[in-house]
Ligand binder design. Structure first.
Ligand code: SAM
Length: 235
């Protein structure tokens, strides 16, 4: 069984997701106690999609995040660098266009998408700043970015309860539900190590996004960050 560590070596991260791919969606639904469906609805709404928009879902995994977007009538491209996750995604969602590729070197021309999104992916990317630069590059002027990611609950009470869940409850459930429980030790470590909302918002501004803001979901267990690419004259 393969697991990654906080060095986030791309080969190790991809191999870890290859390992968990067949059971990923089921384990996810159990661990999030069904809440992940609500996070996906909020992500799609935040994207402000018009039918026909070209939307890139980065780190799309098995495509569960992409399917929610496709229901809006958008043309979705689902990108991931784990061959295992992409294979499961292609089998389960033949209507979605899957591309194997790396978030830090996107295989698309400049200005190819009206919207770009990444759900529970950026935290796993070895160089998130390079990925944000790539997201900006492939968006059209005035294009929209939405990031859905675990974050730091602002309330101390929620933070303590969440930390208890991550440290004590999640590993027990992962032992029962996952083919690779060690991957969920990495999940806990990577969540604890991930920067809080304000820092990630700063990274978006550093990458050149404007109108940057965020909204907490489920008491700040998850946050949606959004940003827009400057109109052509400012690019
Ligand atoms: C937790 S899964 C999220 C899948 C999906 N977006 C969802 O919400 O269920 C994280 C995904 O990020 C992918 N990933 C991590 N680093 C990546 C990179 N540099 N380029 C492309 N995909 C990456 C992994 O292969 C994995 O499928």
């Amino acid at each position: 069984m393969t697991s990654a560590d906080l060095g986030k070596d791309p080969d190790e991260v991809a191999a870890m997701f290859d390992d968990v791919a067949p059971g990923y969606d089921r384990t996810n639904a159990i661990l999030s106690m069904g809440t992940s469906a609500l996070w996906r609805i909020a992500t799609v709404r935040a994207l402000g999609i018009s039918p026909g928009d070209r939307v890139l879902d980065i780190a799309a995994g098995t495509g569960t995040s992409s399917v929610a977007i496709a229901r809006t009538g958008a043309r979705v491209t689902a990108l991931d660098f784990s061959a295992g996750m992409v294979a499961v995604g292609r089998q389960r969602h033949p209507e979605i266009d899957f591309v194997e590729g790396d978030a830090t070197a996107l295989p698309f021309d400049d200005a190819s998408f009206e919207a770009v999104t990444i759900s529970f992916g950026l935290r796993n990317v070895n160089d998130p700043h390079a990925a944000l630069a790539e997201m900006r590059r492939v968006l059209v002027p005035g294009g929209r970015l939405v990031i859905c990611e675990f974050t730091t609950p602002p309330s101390l009470f929620v933070r303590r309860a969440y930390d208890f869940y991550l440290a004590k409850v999640m590993p027990r459930i992962a032992e029962l539900a996952s083919t690779n429980p060690s991957a969920y030790t990495y999940l806990m470590d990577s969540i604890r190590d991930w920067p809080a909302q304000g820092v990630l918002a700063g990274w978006l501004r550093d990458a050149g996004f404007t109108g940057v803001g965020y909204r907490n979901l489920t008491g700040g267990v998850v946050a949606l960050h959004r940003g827009t690419t400057p109109k052509s004259a400012e690019r």
